[in-house]
Write a protein that binds this ligand. Structure first.
Ligand code: ATP
Ligand code: MG
Length: 608
């Protein structure tokens, strides 16, 4: 928000309104006052003139009514009237004239007009009064452009007959001068009042606008998501209440922001800790949100995927899937495999709708189903492997038994041979079925081991001893076992089986005159056992596969030894059930080493 300049501010408006109001008030009062005052002054003036006129009228009446002696003794009428007139020549009165019925001026106060005495008056104003016998008054400007108040009254004698007219001219400008003075005073007073009130206006405006300005500043801080400050409350008037509600609003906003923030954090922590990937899009299908799990699964960072279309992100063909056609809650498996890795993702789609049931976006939850699919595939392979493995000995047996039933049983030489082959095959099948049973039992959850405290070196010696007796002379079993004591918490029978298989493999694949080395070393809190032979070895890429069920590195050769490819798979399961690890090292043509670790019992437990 930009700053409000003074000329657009509420302060200036206040001051202007203040001054305008005052001006109007002063104007109304002033004009009313001036008019009334003028009226009053004019009235007073006229009254004072009127009283002079009254006196003069009375004097004239006396002068006109006086009996004058024939001989002309004593003052004449003219002289007497002239005396009356001259006496009354006061400052406001400029001119007094007395006119007889013949319109002749018989007396004048003014020296300039005394030359007119005896002449006929030319003024219609006076003539009218002579003619009709009525008084009259008016205001005119004289030759010097001064305002003049004129009054003319009839003069009567004591018999009430008109004998002349009395004319008075007086200067009324003094009244107007006085009015001007008063107006000037008034004007000065007004200017003073306006100045004072302008200052007052500024003060008042300040007090009113200060809290408003503060609130304005506060809204700006609030817009920056800072809710830490409060505005001052200066009173309990409307603005004070506004400030209070404002603080209230601030507190509420702060609180609701905190809780949305909290929700957001919860949501983001849920999203980031989910193992499933979540992708949210708007209604056009553009990605708006994606969690880390989703980013890992599809191999794109959330920033990179933001804004791109869901179908592109999921590498779906727009022709095969239409975003708007996606079912409300459907799922599909998407193949993300490349040349090296098999990778399948299951995507579950759902829509977000608003109150009016319009779709506002999509939520896609994706998860890695590669393992699941792999397990499925393994199971299928396993069944086919088992059937295949069983079919071979069974067909062999059938052909031998057929031969026997067809008469070979009578042949004393061939019959025992054929029977021993079927016996071998049966035994092989039994062995295989037993192995399978064991594996399936181990797959079972409640499978339990009979673990006991065992000294591994002694135990290892025992196992090797059994082979020592049967092994042909041209294979050497070389023990490189330490003298120390290695206590292990284990199932003796099962570990015997593990070692049996590893050692018999070693013997099986050892060349004539080969040596098999047995070694055990201690590694921190575990022991590492290794069985090394000098056989043909295993190709590097097959090293891990030999622990898979039914896997045989070299099918043609191993079948000769009667193996089913289950031995190492069982060994791996067993070692892992003992919290150990098993792996193989090999150099093709030079030999193979099978290594496994087992955790050692700690001293405390050993001491028991
Ligand atoms: P089983 O043990 O069930 O009778 P097997 O010996 O063939 O049959 P595993 O013990 O699981 O099965 O061994 C799997 C495969 O690993 C063998 O078929 C063989 O190809 C290879 N292998 C195992 N040990 C060695 C070894 N010491 N030298 C060379 N190859 C080996
Ligand atoms: Mg084996």
């Amino acid at each position: 928000m930009h700053k409000v300049g003074f000329f657009r501010s509420i302060q200036l408006k206040f001051i202007i309104i203040f001054i305008l109001l005052l001006l109007v008030a002063i104007q109304v009062i002033g004009s009313y006052f001036a008019r009334e005052l003028e009226k009053e002054l004019v009235k007073n003036f006229e009254e004072s003139i009127e009283s002079t006129v009254d006196i003069l009228q009375v004097n004239m009446e006396q002068a006109f009514s006086k009996e004058r002696p024939e001989d002309g003794d004593g003052p004449t009428l003219k002289q007497e009237v002239q005396d009356v007139v001259r006496v009354n020549d006061t400052d406001n009165i400029i001119n007094i004239q007395v006119v007889n019925m013949q319109s002749r001026i018989i007396a004048a106060s003014n020296s300039s007009s005394s030359g007119n005495i005896g002449k006929k008056t030319t003024s219609d104003f006076i003539k009218n009064t002579l003619r009709f016998g009525v008084a009259d008054s008016d205001k005119v400007y004289n030759t010097e452009r001064n305002l003049i108040y004129r009054r003319v009254v009839p003069i009567t004698d004591d018999e009430e007959t008109q004998v002349g007219a009395l004319y008075i001219e007086s200067s009324i400008s003094s009244v107007y001068n006085q009015m001007e003075d008063i107006n000037n005073i008034f004007l000065r007073g007004s200017v003073l009042a306006i100045t004072v009130s302008a200052f007052l206006g500024i003060l008042v405006a300040r007090t009113i606008t200060k809290p408003i300005m503060e609130m304005r500043r506060q809204t700006q801080t609030m817009a920056r998501e800072d809710f830490s400050q409060k505005v001052n409350v200066y009173g309990s008037d409307e603005i004070g209440q506004l400030a209070e509600s404002f603080n209230d609003l601030n507190a509420k906003l702060k609180h609701s922001r905190a809780s949305t923030e909290e929700e957001r954090r919860k949501l983001s922590s849920v999203l980031s800790n989910m193992s499933d990937g979540v992708i949210a899009t708007d209604k056009s299908g553009a990605v708006t949100l994606m969690n880390d799990a989703a980013a890992r699964l599809i191999g794109r960072s959330p920033e990179e995927a933001h804004g791109s279309f869901l179908l592109d992100v999921l590498e779906l063909d727009e022709k095969t899937v239409d975003i708007t056609d996606l079912p409300d809650s459907g799922s599909m498996i998407i193949d993300f495999s490349d040349q090296d890795n098999f990778f399948l993702i299951r995507a579950n789609f759902s829509t977000i709708s608003d109150d009016e049931a319009d779709i506002t976006g999509f939520i896609t939850v994706i998860s890695d189903v590669t393992e699941q699919e792999k397990v499925e595939q393994e199971r299928r392979e396993f069944v086919s492997n088992v059937s295949h493995e069983l079919r071979t000995p069974l067909t062999t047996m059938r052909s031998y038994i057929e031969a026997l039933t067809e008469g070979a049983w009578e042949d004393k030489e061939i019959a025992p041979k054929f029977l021993s082959v079927t016996q071998n095959e049966t035994e092989r099948m039994i062995r295989m079925v037993n192995d399978l049973l064991q594996l399936s039992r181990m797959d079972d959850k409640d499978y339990s081991l009979q673990k006991e405290k065992t000294e591994f070196i002694t135990f290892f010696h025992h196992v090797i001893d059994r082979f020592d007796m049967n092994v042909s002379d041209n294979i050497t079993l070389q023990r490189e076992l330490p003298n120390g004591q290695f206590y292990v918490w284990m199932d003796k029978d099962k570990m015997t089986q593990v070692l049996d298989n590893i050692i018999s493999n070693a013997i099986k694949y050892s060349p004539e005159g080969g040596t098999i080395r047995f070694n055990v070393v201690k590694q921190k809190n575990q022991m590492l056992a290794s069985i090394e032979d000098q056989g043909m070895g295993i190709a590097y890429e097959k090293l891990n596969k030999i622990f898979e069920r039914f896997y045989r590195a070299d099918k043609a050769r191993t079948r000769k030894f009667g193996g089913t490819g289950l031995g190492l798979a069982i060994a791996k399961e067993m070692v892992e059930a003992h919290h150990g690890k098993i792996w193989a090292k090999s150099k093709e043509g030079k030999g193979t080493t099978i290594l496994f670790t087992l955790p050692l019992m700690n001293k405390k437990r050993r001491g028991k």
